[in-house]
Design a protein around this ligand. Structure first.
Ligand code: ATP
Length: 269
């Protein structure tokens, strides 16, 4: 079907250095994905097999997608991204086929990463969706079948992301399936400082901008919201004077009023 062409394969261009903070997570993922590819012999010697799948969970806008893309870039892997809800809406009535097709492409493009964003949409606990042999159950079954075809899966790593880990069917998280689970938290002060540093590589800011103040005043902001504050501040500078050469502290003050943290306490762990 024509819709299948929408499964796009690419090698992303996100480097680890584009992502602020998250040092431990970056290292864990490198170990999990890069090492076995670079040293397959060492893994055989030790009698261990690389993880088949990794789940990242945590509040929205905190770099799960960025991390998945950087992992592909830095490991030289092809990357196939699928958004859970889109798979249902674009492939109405043939969602299981779509799952099969995604994995077929991933195997053909291996070594590769298949990234399922909002995986909760594809793997809701059985029964919670009304029971019976409905589309959702069949999609989940297909997903399990593909992941279990370990030998066939070869150098395909499944990376999934969700804001709702509680929704995911436990069968998917069993050993040998998506069994590495990483929490991606809201950015702490150091991470926010890093994110700002990365932003300011391309955004001229006044020399006397108090970055510590900005870091402190973006507590509870997601990474995406910190980026939004910078964009808003730059816009505010341009609104004031279209010839402005740099963004000043007062523009950030205005931006902090306009962009407020939206993540409720229920998503913070
Ligand atoms: P969602 O759950 O909504 O899919 P996500 O966790 O996958 O969110 P991303 O899409 O990776 O979040 O991040 C959204 C945007 O926020 C990024 O494109 C980037 O601009 C910014 N961002 C978030 N965290 C960071 C970070 N640690 N370093 C740099 N930029 C970040």
């Amino acid at each position: 079907p024509s819709a299948m062409r929408e499964v796009m394969i690419d090698v992303p261009k996100v480097r680890w250095s584009d992502i602020g903070g998250q040092a431990v997570i970056k290292q864990k993922l490198q170990q999990a994905v890069e090492w076995p590819l670079q040293n397959p012999e060492a893994f055989r010697r030790m009698g261990i097999r690389p993880p088949q799948g990794i789940l990242m969970y945590g509040p929205p806008g905190c770099s799960k997608t960025l991390i998945a893309r950087a992992l592909a870039t830095e490991s030289g892997l092809n990357f196939i991204a699928v958004k859970g809800p889109e798979l249902f809406s674009k492939w109405v009535g043939e969602s299981e086929l779509a799952v099969r097709e995604v994995f077929r492409k991933a195997r053909a493009a291996s070594p590769s990463i298949v990234f399922f964003d909002e995986i909760d949409a594809l793997a809701v606990s059985r029964g919670s969706s009304g029971g019976g042999n409905n589309v959702a159950d069949r999609v989940l079954a297909q997903l399990l079948t593909e992941i279990d075809g370990v030998d066939k899966l070869g150098d395909v790593t499944v990376v999934a992301a969700t804001n709702r880990p509680d929704m995911i069917d436990k069968a998917l998280l069993r050993p040998g399936r998506i069994d590495r689970i990483l929490y991606i938290p809201l950015p702490d002060a150091n991470t926010r400082r890093d994110i700002l540093k990365i932003q300011f590589q391309n955004m001229p800011v006044s020399q006397d901008l108090d970055v510590d103040w900005l870091v402190e005043n973006t507590k509870n902001y997601s990474g995406a919201e910190v980026v939004a504050v910078c964009q808003e501040a730059a816009l505010s500078a341009l609104t004031e004077d279209i010839k402005a050469q740099c963004v000043q502290g007062r523009h950030f003050e205005q931006a902090l009023q306009a962009v407020c943290p939206r993540i409720g306490p229920e998503l913070i762990q």
